[in-house]
Design a protein around this ligand. Structure first.
Ligand SMILES: C[S@@+](CC[C@H](N)C(=O)[O-])C[C@H]1O[C@@H](n2cnc3c(N)ncnc32)[C@H](O)[C@@H]1O
Length: 234
């Protein structure tokens, strides 16, 4: 399964950012900014971004923690990761930011020492893993006691009027436009299909508790299209 996921993201990597911007109607960067605000890392912190993809959240994190901090982005797909250093270098030319490292690795077996990060994030990645609870446990393992973990993931909107409209959009429009932009329509029917089935809200919060996280915060974004979660390592 994870090989298929890796190949899928490698195949769409070159147009991934463009497809995100178009399909989210330009909203997805604001969701990552909300994740950053909810994490609120302190200057100088060491932060891990798992399923970092092309690195947008990791880059934003490295600006937030500043030059005394350190950020590591981990992703399964080398094709996605390959795009991140140039994006980071472009930002570094105009803004102060922490040292950034990129590692190819699996969220279910992070190649990182236990309790080695002050905080961690995972944006739109946990749904793609074979074992979301296992991924949460791995995040908890590598974060120090008292550290925060923020997860951003798709879910299902519940609004009576908006939910059917979103379903039409995600089932019929998204695969067509995603296919046109990336040449991989299957990837963009996979996205709404997995999002429609993925536990969100209190159901996902229960997994966070099971993984040993506490002080859970749950926030719907854009009427529940996406969800933000924060937990603390005890
Ligand atoms: C939808 S993208 C999200 C990328 C980025 N976080 C963002 O916000 O744009 C999902 C990413 O998860 C990665 N991924 C999927 N399964 C993974 C796993 N088991 N371990 C690490 N990364 C994984 C994919 O390679 C892909 O880059």
């Amino acid at each position: 399964m994870s090989l298929a996921i890796q190949q899928m993201f490698d195949a769409i990597s070159a147009r991934y950012d463009l497809a995100n911007r178009v399909l989210s109607l330009g909203i997805d960067p604001s969701w990552r900014r909300s994740a950053l605000r909810l994490l609120a890392p302190r200057p100088g912190a060491t932060v891990l971004d798992v399923a970092t993809g092309t690195g947008d959240l990791a880059i934003a994190l490295s600006q937030a923690v500043g030059i005394t901090g350190r950020v590591v982005g981990v992703d399964l797909a080398a094709g996605m990761l390959r795009l991140a250093p140039a994006k980071a270098a472009a930002v570094r030319r105009r803004a102060a930011m922490a040292a950034l490292g990129w590692i190819q690795g699996d969220a279910l077996a992070l190649p990182l020492a236990s309790a080695s990060f002050d905080a961690a994030t995972m944006a739109f990645g946990i749904r793609n893993t074979d074992d979301p609870l296992g991924a949460l446990c791995e995040l908890r393992r590598v974060v120090k006691r008292g550290g925060r973990i923020v997860i951003l993931e798709f879910g299902q909107p519940r609004d009576r009027l908006f939910a059917p409209l979103y379903q039409l959009y995600s089932r019929h429009v998204m695969p067509r436009i995603g296919g046109l932009l990336t040449g991989a329509a299957a990837a963009y029917s996979y996205l709404p299909r997995t999002a429609a089935a993925f536990p969100c809200g209190t159901a996902f919060a229960a997994w966070m508790r099971e993984a040993g996280l506490a002080r859970i915060v749950v926030r719907p974004l854009f009427l529940g299209v996406a969800w933000l979660y924060r937990g603390e390592v005890l």
